[in-house]
Design a protein around this ligand. Structure first.
Ligand code: ADP
Ligand code: ASP
Ligand code: MG
Length: 422
């Protein structure tokens, strides 16, 4: 029996009962002969509540102190979980990210893991303990400040520890039975996927399927760590994410699923002179503010004016910063005005089979038009098509596309065991 890393998300440890339930499950794994490392998120919506609190004392909380605040959530759950395990007669020790050896760069609020040195975790395991690690946090290599890895970052902590400890598997326990063909909160007829490739999972995660964080899948692919996504509320097998299919009957589907995302906003730069260097200047200003953008579209310029509009999407949370950066550079870039629209949503269809099956794009657009959904922006990769629509249309559009591609389950409804979907 080898070492397993288990990660429990916030909805699995939302209250004292949840913590006791999870503790029992962890003890089972230990009794089955495994060495067990547990990564735990903050209880329920604690992180959101801490953010709300910070916003009441400062309009745009950020940086070092914000990280100090947010890491408190995971410290609470790790200590309570260790206590609950001890109460069941087993030894457990909790560790902060820093104590567990999670070393990051120094970009506060979205730090990247650059090294993992889990010496203390190894020692704790060798002494017979279950090791509990606070997810979503680390310590910066240069300044030794506490950092966080960005929302949902506990998934990345778990995979990074699994890689550093050479674990057999990284189990991600959440409030649904695995990865589904769409978010079960939106599509009741979504189907559980038994196996999905890293490649397709990466696209789903990048397109908004928050069941796994994009960076965590990237990390797992790089170190070839199989991930098992499953529910902490049921004993069912979940979804395996790995390089090669598990089980003999599992084949790669043409379409893996439909993802949606309502966390982005759209900025339109109006009246940009249609000459070389303009787009470069706009996106340099945005990049210098350390903002990642997603989709871009440039309209044809009006012949009479020689002016064009450029629209792009970005995380809502970065909207203010992007507008400020562009306003500051307005004189140099030369444009008329900026428009900000946060009532948008993105729908993506993902599947490696797209590469070899013509007509997928046409069917996707047909399904959207049949549902009366207007498309505002389009982007594609080899295995994904994404469109931006009005936010109000997103749920309907996801259901329409899911049905049109024959993904609807004809048996049971997908179960959502907990969480608030926040
Ligand atoms: P945790 O607190 O365990 O980290 P998250 O809320 O981050 O849980 O992720 C689980 C949620 O992801 C589910 O409750 C579900 O609403 C959402 N989700 C979005 N897309 C999918 C999908 N394709 N399959 C399963 N869950 C999905
Ligand atoms: N607690 C953090 C969040 O809510 C990290 C995580 O749960 O993965 O984003
Ligand atoms: Mg999560």
């Amino acid at each position: 029996m080898g070492l397993v890393v288990q990660k429990y998300g916030g909805s699995s440890v939302a209250d004292a009962e949840g913590i006791k339930r999870v503790a029992k499950r962890i003890v089972e794994a230990k009794k089955n002969g495994h060495q067990v490392v547990v990564v735990v998120s903050a209880m329920g919506d604690t992180t959101d509540e801490l953010i709300d609190l910070a916003e009441q004392v400062s309009p745009m909380p950020a940086g070092r102190e914000f990280d100090m605040l947010l890491t408190a959530g995971e410290r609470i759950s790790m200590a309570l979980l260790a206590m609950a395990i001890k109460n069941l007669g087993h030894e457990a020790q909790s560790f902060t990210g820093s104590q567990a050896g999670v070393i990051t760069d120094s970009v506060h609020n979205k730090a990247r893991i650059i090294d993992v040195t889990p010496g203390r975790i190894r020692t704790a395991l060798d002494e017979g303990n279950i090791a509990i690690v606070a997810g979503f946090q680390g310590v910066s290599q240069d300044k030794k400040d506490i950092t966080t890895l960005g929302r949902g970052g506990s998934d990345t902590t778990a995979v990074a520890l699994a890689a550093a400890l050479d674990a057999e598997v990284c189990e991600i326990y959440t409030d649904v039975d695995g990865v589904f063909t769409a978010d079960p909160r939106v599509v009741k007829k979504a189907k559980k996927i038994d196996w999905i490739s890293f490649e397709d999972m990466l696209e789903l995660a990048a397109s908004g399927s928050k069941v796994l964080l994009h960076r965590c899948v990237e990390y797992a692919r790089r170190y070839n760590i199989p991930i098992h996504v499953r529910s902490s509320f049921s004993g069912l097998q979940g979804t395996w994410v790995s390089n090669e299919p598990t089980g003999d009957k599992v084949e790669q589907a043409i379409i893996s699923g439909v993802a949606h995302d309502t966390s982005e906003a759209k900025i339109t730069v109006v009246g940009v002179p249609d000459k070389p260097g303009e787009a470069a200047a706009i996106f340099r200003a945005v990049a210098d503010a350390e903002i990642n953008i997603d989709m871009i579209v440039q309209n044809v310029s009006a012949a009479s004016t020689g002016l064009t509009d450029i629209s792009f999407t970005l995380p809502k949370a970065e909207g203010r910063k992007a507008i400020d950066a562009l306003e500051k550079a307005k004189g140099d870039i030369g444009f008329d005005s900026l428009r900000y629209d946060d009532q948008i949503g993105k729908i993506s269809l993902v599947g490696a089979g797209m590469k070899t099956n013509p007509g997928v794009t046409a069917d996707f657009f047909r399904a959207l038009s049949d549902a009366g959904v207007n498309i505002e922006l389009i982007s594609t990769s080899e295995i994904r098509i994404s469109v931006v629509t009005r936010a109000d249309d997103v749920n309907e559009a996801v259901r329409a596309v899911h049905s049109a591609f024959g993904l609807d389950s004809d048996s049971d409804e997908a179960v959502v065991y907990g969480g608030t979907g926040r």
